[in-house]
Ligand binder design. Structure first.
Ligand code: NAD
Length: 478
């Protein structure tokens, strides 16, 4: 049994309560580690370490910050096998997928390491009689709270820009997937990150996560997770005027026009539906298909899913691993029941799976549902699992109306060979990320985030660097 500890002031320490929570391997359903049940005392200890480290870290040259963050990236790459195995066991995702995500976590550190060297102040001359310059300074101690679906990748997406801009961080990974964040502490020490610059506190979101958000001296919160949690966090952070970045849920449409490259659109739709068991905020969960190819597209999905391999995440051939927790497994199955009650027809999947040797794990067959009304719960609420709905449409306007008829606005993908149509739909769709003839193609420089209930603010590139900075304009009369 592995005992995870908090990482405070460069040292692994037990929680003040002395209490631990169970952590499960989703592929077997077995408890395999314990994590600290931290509380406000641990947050206070982390805050003291971070605030003591802040002055020296903010004065550390950008070149030195670059060297340390880049070293963290190199060490993550060197330890890819170990980290990926830990992520796969902890989260339930296939090992091959975990390996690519660990590579992407290293890329996050590398990207923001170089950004530290390029981050600059702006200057604006006022027609010869004055000049403005904008100072960008770190905020101080900031909180980074991340979810369980892409554990190290999403944690590094926040930590890296926060550190690159000279802040000290208190990070809280999901209590459901703590393992790679636990291993990151050691990597930071190996890379020479000064003590207290990064502190990682484990435990329940509603307890220690809440304590981080409520702490009066933690001046910014970068949060990725569910919309309801985001709403709650906003009610605590807003009255304290904290800087707040919220990356929340989605119910993303894939719009498939009859003039698309069928093979590419259909194969990529399979991937965007079921990669990581459908547990990616960017997964397309509402598949809108133009009527002339509706039946052909549906038949393709059903046929392909007959051969889908679900089971042991550590096997090379596994396409879908286990659902992250028993609670989430039950939630997804409950949504499938709701779909049936709402008149939906299950075309594929629709039930739990018990792979041989893994009968106690939490597996759900990739599920495709049709005949649901637009306002059904399964077309409106985020399920965040391997469940997609199919809906036919006739015209561009109808596709757009269906796509935009959602409280969420995170991502969309559009499949058509007609470039005018693609740009027209992209410009009118209400979401933060649009892919045309692709999915999950990410450039770390681009703004990333959602509209409506999918979030507030944008991360990525200079957006993240600016979020973690205070900007002060100085105007000089000449
Ligand atoms: P969650 O909201 O339950 O938890 C996210 C994190 O917040 C965890 O670390 C959790 O411990 C913590 N937390 C929970 N309650 C808290 C509170 N009261 N105060 C402070 N912290 C608290 O989300 P989840 O179930 O871990 O993740 C799934 C959700 O995340 C989905 O809705 C998914 O769409 C969303 N997500 C969004 C993005 C994005 O970029 N927009 C990316 C990945 C996941």
């Amino acid at each position: 049994m592995i005992t995870i500890q908090n990482f405070i002031n460069g040292t692994y320490v037990p929680p003040k309560s002395g209490e631990y929570l169970p952590n499960y391997n989703p592929s077997t359903g077995a408890k395999y580690s314990v994590i600290p049940d931290s509380d406000s005392r641990d947050v206070e200890e982390a805050y003291l370490a971070a605030s003591n480290a802040f002055d020296a870290w903010q004065k550390t040259s950008s070149e030195k910050r670059f060297i340390i963050l880049n070293r963290i990236a190199e060490l993550i790459d060197e330890q890819n096998d170990k980290l990926a195995l830990s992520e796969s066991i902890d989260q339930g995702k296939p090992l091959w997928l975990a390996k690519t995500e660990i590579t992407r976590a290293a890329q996050n550190f590398r990207f923001f390491a170089t950004a530290a060297m390029q981050f600059q102040s702006d200057s604006h001359a006022m027609e010869g009689h004055a000049i403005n310059y904008t100072l960008k300074t770190p905020i101080g101690v900031v909180g980074c709270i991340s979810p369980w679906n892409l554990p190290l990748y999403l944690l590094s997406w926040k930590i890296a820009p926060a550190l690159a801009t000279g802040n000290c961080v208190i990070a809280k990974p999901s209590e459901i997937t703590p393992m790679t964040a636990f291993l990151l502490g050691e990597i930071c020490n190996q890379a020479g990150l000064p003590k207290g610059v990064l502190n990682i506190v484990h435990g329940l979101g509603k307890k220690v996560g809440n304590d981080i958000v409520a702490h009066s001296k933690i001046k910014a919160i970068s949060f990725t997770g569910g919309t309801n949690t985001g709403k709650h966090i906003a009610t605590i952070a807003a009255p304290q005027f904290k800087k707040l970045s919220l990356e929340l849920g989605g119910k993303n449409p894939n719009i498939i026009f009859a003039d698309c490259d069928f093979e590419k659109a259909a194969r990529e739709t399979l991937r965007s539906s079921f990669l990581n068991q459908g547990e990616i905020c960017l997964c397309g969960s509402r598949i809108l298909i133009q009527r002339p190819i509706y039946n052909k597209f549906k038949a393709f999905l059903i046929e392909e899913l007959k051969h889908y391999t679900i089971g042991d995440p550590l096997l090379k051939e596994t396409q879908m691993g286990a659902i992250v927790s028993h609670e989430h497994f039950e939630k997804i199955l409950a949504y499938i029941e709701i779909a049936k009650q709402e008149g939906g027809s299950i075309l594929s999947g629709g039930q739990a799976v018990k792979p041989i040797g893994f009968e106690n794990g939490w597996y759900i067959a990739p599920t495709v549902i049709e005949n649901l009304s637009q306002n059904s719960r399964c077309n409106q609420e985020e399920i965040f699992g391997p469940v997609v709905t199919l809906t036919p449409f006739d015209s561009d306007e109808e596709a757009l109306a269906l796509a935009n008829d959602s409280n969420y606005g995170l991502a969309a993908s559009i499949w058509t060979e007609n470039i005018k149509r693609a740009h027209s739909i992209a410009s009118r769709i209400s979401c933060g990320v649009v892919w045309i003839n692709c999915w999950l193609l990410r450039d770390l420089r681009t703004p990333f985030g959602g509209m409506k209930q999918s979030g507030v603010g944008r991360e990525g590139g200079w957006n993240a660097m600016n979020f973690f900075s205070e900007q002060k304009n100085v105007c000089v009369k000449l």
